[in-house]
Ligand binder design. Structure first.
Ligand code: EPU
Length: 480
């Protein structure tokens, strides 16, 4: 067990560099199965989800070589918060999937991480068969894979689900016209599976209703580097002209827009001034729009964003939607911000309608939040961004559910338990602004998706340290 101890109330000030995107890294690592020669990825974030994907690939017979870089952070011990340490961080990774020995990843990988399911399309396309356990639901609600399977079937795969195992076969996939839109909009990892499979299909595939998240475009650029022929990246219609094989190549991952937005939110919630560097501001348009509605001043450069504010945060009325809308992966962090707004906010989620496990924990810190049940009429929030409103027309709002937040002037420290990755980030944000000391428990969720978060926050002036079970036992005098 690991926990953060955070002493809140200090404005965060300074500059931090965004890490590579988790949700680009995982699909691209899965897609390395398609390459017939080694591939090298740079700006790979040091995350447990990345480690899980690498182990999965190794378990199938891939050869993985990790480069390292030195990351200058600060001590992770509570005893000496100022001490500087050097952490060895994998930065570039070379993968050779030339001689895979298995097309059946073990269940433990898919149980640990849903993104493991992204190996299905690449295995099927490259090896003609795959057996991948069904991922099932998770902590943020039901997460079906019907669209993934329907898309692969449209490419000619024979797909059976036997005892929770997806068994897919196809001597050679063939191009087709298909749609990936479900009741909550397009599917991100479904687009990954079908796009990867289509690159090696015979003939041309037209994917309609493809996810347009920047991480999908990054995957497409990676595949094109290897020799794939994909047009329409960044749009809802992808045209894939199948090729016989993909070669190797090198690719640098895009910045993690959710990490960047979370760090900016840390500056905003503490009334500080934070600059996030090496990020594409265009990927943050909807979130920056919401921050501005909350009263933030935002300065945008070519690859950096600075945020600060004067006065209290304003209330907001937003619904999380697929890109280019406000991301569901920022919904929890926005609720933390709205908890301190001067008025009542409404925040809904049209992508994952059960993603609200952070709410009871934020209440422990003094937030006033009321849950609204599925499909009620009060959750009509929209962003002012024209592109977002265009997308709004095709995403049915009745599936959303949300919360009403009556802002308070001050949160207070408490012991809270993280339930999932973005819930952890919301609790850290609230704790940074709260008066007194907060303990955030179950950090393994946070470590799945934020590289060196405490080092980055400490470099901005936060008082935050990580304690392990051992530290706690030593402090209690039960170990030495
Ligand atoms: N859906 C279906 N059928 C399907 C697939 C999805 O109905 O076959 C529904 C889902 O239940 C959901 C909606 O479609 O309501 C969108 O789900 P999507 O498939 O897009 O989600 P995902 O691909 O499983 C990715 C990210 C998530 C992020 C969502 C939404 C990765 C590895 N994961 O998940 O990231 O929340 O897209 O943007 O890219 C996170 O980073 O914290 C995280 C959960």
């Amino acid at each position: 067990m690991q926990r953060f101890t955070i002493i809140g109330g200090r404005p965060l000030v300074g500059r931090v560099v965004a890490s590579g995107a988790k949700n680009a890294a995982l699909p691209i690592l899965a897609a390395s199965i398609l390459a017939s020669e080694p591939i090298t990825l740079s700006r790979v974030p040091r995350l447990t989800d990345v480690t899980t994907m690498l182990r999965l690939l190794e378990s199938l017979g891939a050869r993985v070589e990790k480069g390292t870089r030195t990351f200058s952070g600060q001590s992770a011990t509570c005893a000496d918060n100022r001490e500087t340490e050097n952490v060895r961080v994998p930065f570039s990774i070379t993968i050779d999937t030339h001689s895979l020995t298995s097309t059946a990843p073990a269940e433990r990988f898919v149980q640990r991480m849903r993104a493991s399911f992204c190996v299905l399309g690449p295995l099927l396309a490259r090896h003609g068969r795959a057996s991948v356990p069904l991922p099932g639901g998770c902590r943020i609600g039901p997460r079906p894979v019907d669209l993934h399977l329907r898309g692969l079937a449209a490419l000619g795969a024979d797909i059976r689900v036997v005892d929770g195992l997806v068994i897919a076969r196809a001597a050679r996939l063939r191009g087709a016209r298909l749609s990936l839109v479900g009741p909550h909009g397009p599917t991100v990892t479904g687009t990954v599976n079908v796009l990867c499979a289509a690159t090696l299909a015979r003939g041309t595939t037209i994917i309609q209703g493809a996810a347009i998240e920047p991480e999908i475009a990054d995957l497409g650029r990676f595949l094109n580097t290897l020799g794939a022929r994909i047009d329409g990246l960044g749009t809802e219609t992808l045209e894939v002209r199948g090729v016989e094989q993909l070669g190797g190549g090198a690719h640098e991952l895009i910045a993690d827009r959710i990490e960047a937005a979370t760090l900016l939110a840390a500056g905003l919630i503490t009334a500080g001034r934070v600059t996030v560097e090496r990020v594409d501001p265009a990927h943050l348009t909807a979130v920056l729009d919401v921050f501005t509605q909350m009263g933030a001043d935002v300065d945008v450069g070519t690859d950096r964003v600075t945020i600060w504010r004067r006065g209290r945060l304003h209330p907001i009325n937003v619904t999380a939607r697929p890109y280019p809308g406000v991301p569901t992966d920022m919904q929890a962090q926005l609720i933390a911000l709205a908890s301190l707004a001067d008025g009542t906010s409404h925040i809904a989620d049209a992508v994952f309608c059960e993603r609200f496990r952070h709410v009871p924990q934020l209440r422990r810190l003094g937030a006033h939040i009321e849950k609204i049940e599925k499909g009620t009429g009060t959750i009509s929030g929209q962003s002012a961004t024209p592109a977002v409103n265009r997308r709004t027309e095709i995403v049915p709002v009745p599936f959303a559910s949300g919360v009403t937040i009556r802002g308070v002037a001050q949160l207070h420290g408490a012991r809270v338990v993280a339930s999932d990755l973005r819930a952890s980030a919301a609790l850290v944000l609230a704790a940074l602004a709260a008066g007194g000391t907060t303990h955030v428990e179950r950090l393994h969720h946070l470590d799945r998706g934020y590289e060196g978060l405490e080092q980055k926050l400490r470099s901005l002036g936060a008082t935050i340290c990580r304690e392990t079970s051992r530290d706690l036992l030593v402090a209690a005098g039960r170990l030495n």
